[in-house]
Design a protein around this ligand. Structure first.
Ligand code: GTP
Ligand code: MN
Ligand code: MN
Length: 385
């Protein structure tokens, strides 16, 4: 057969969980802009609009080439009229006036700064914004009543807004392994979230902990936290049952399973110089400070930094679901649940998968879950939707 004159048009599937989305892609100049609008929609509590912009951005992330003209958008799914207008403006003028005015707006900047405080959600930030507050320090100056999470958020604001490096994530892994092994032998600790998807930096470090022996993981979280506390490694922690979206997208399931599933939002105290031990590399945080041999030189700043850490404990029977659910990206997860519901009549959560007849579908690996869902397996490094 003769080669055709035109290369085949790129086909992109419409659900993010049907596509491969690498970490690095070709259209950051467009996706950054769309994601500003998505973020701004979240600040205005317009979830539908926010998801629409995120889906548009995500489609562009999956393209194997740079978008140079409107022709390149032909046949692409999920691109709403508004997103297309923004993309067109950027392709023609280099910038989008809507994106630029959003970026410059007092509301966007204040909401970004205030929600950047750990423990502060859109609702509180919006209330404070309407009361005239603009920056995190305004919370202190105006004597706002803060809960414990927010107090920690203000106290460690600078550290928590400084990206966590892979090296620091590895150092935290060693601490978590030590803590877990001290209270239960044979537990399995896995790095989740962005770092599992291959990111080099993150806003936190996410771990999933399980044990081959079903039930051995019960009561593990408080013991681990006690150990960390005793070692002086915890700056803040809050443990909750993991009931994320449970009422919304999960059918009834045995309550005892839920009871055992726990998560903890925490802030660790990480000694500087502890990370990367065992190699001669010495990357520092922001100011080019290098650590001398510990203890022999005066440190200009504190000798430690605060790092956000999420811990999740899962019974082994739910481990595959928890692994899939905590790897992300957030949009990829959302699209998986949407695919399950809308295309398969199934129900997926980070605990289980139920088919359209409410039958539980067992899975021992992420591959098996994708297979149950009738999806091609997408590895973590391609889930950066
Ligand atoms: P960075 O931390 O910014 O690098 O990105 P990340 O992808 O690691 O984001 P994050 O730590 O916020 O979330 C990691 C994964 O955990 C994502 O897949 C989220 O969907 C998931 N996640 C976050 N919160 C919850 C929750 O309360 N319950 C469950 N089941 N999953 C959650
Ligand atoms: Mn994370
Ligand atoms: Mn997290």
């Amino acid at each position: 057969p003769k080669p055709s004159a035109d290369p085949p048009a790129t086909t992109v599937k419409s659900y993010a969980c049907q596509r491969r989305t690498p970490l690095k892609h070709h259209n950051t100049f467009l996706t950054d802009a769309l994601e500003i609008l998505a973020e701004n929609a979240e600040f205005n509590e317009n979830e539908g609009r926010s998801v629409a912009f995120r889906r548009s951005a995500s489609v562009l992330k999956a393209l194997p080439h740079v978008v140079r003209g409107m022709d390149d958008l032909k046949n692409l799914p999920c691109l709403g009229e508004h997103s297309v207008r923004v993309i067109k403006e950027i392709l023609e003028d280099g910038t989008s006036s809507e994106v630029e005015s959003t970026r410059q707006s007092e509301q966007y900047q204040a909401m970004k700064a205030l929600t950047g405080v750990f423990g502060v959600g859109v609702k509180s930030a919006d209330r404070w914004f309407r009361e005239g507050l603009r920056r995190p320090l305004d919370l202190i100056h105006t004597g706002q009543k803060l809960n414990l999470a927010q107090q920690a958020g203000v106290q460690y604001y600078n550290d928590l807004n400084r990206p966590v490096t892979k090296r620091e994530a590895v150092a935290i892994s060693h601490i978590v392994e030590k803590a877990v092994n001290a209270v239960l032998s044979g537990a399995i600790i896995t790095l989740m979230g962005g770092f599992r998807r291959g990111k080099e930096v993150g806003h936190d470090v996410d771990f999933l902990i399980t044990h081959l022996e079903e039930g051995a993981e019960e009561g593990l979280m408080p013991k681990v936290l006690n150990w960390l506390e005793e070692q002086g490694l915890l700056l803040y922690q809050k443990t909750t049952r993991n009931s994320y979206l449970e009422s919304k997208d999960g059918p009834a399931r045995p309550p005892h399973n839920l009871d055992r599933f726990e998560r903890c939002f925490s802030i660790f105290k990480l000694e500087k110089g502890k990370e990367g031990s065992g190699t001669s590399l010495n990357t520092s945080y922001d100011s080019g400070t290098t650590e001398g041999i510990t203890g022999t030189t005066e440190q200009p700043g504190p000798s430690w930094r605060a790092v956000r850490v999420d811990l999740v404990v899962s019974p082994f029977s739910q481990f595959a679901f928890a692994t899939l659910g905590w790897t992300g990206s957030k949009l990829f997860e959302r699209e998986l649940r949407r695919w399950a519901g809308q295309e398969k009549g199934m129900s997926l959560s980070s605990h289980a998968l139920y088919d359209s007849k409410q039958r539980y579908l067992r899975a021992n690996s992420e591959e098996e879950i994708f297979a149950h869902l009738g999806l091609e397996y997408i590895p973590p490094s391609e889930r950066n939707a």
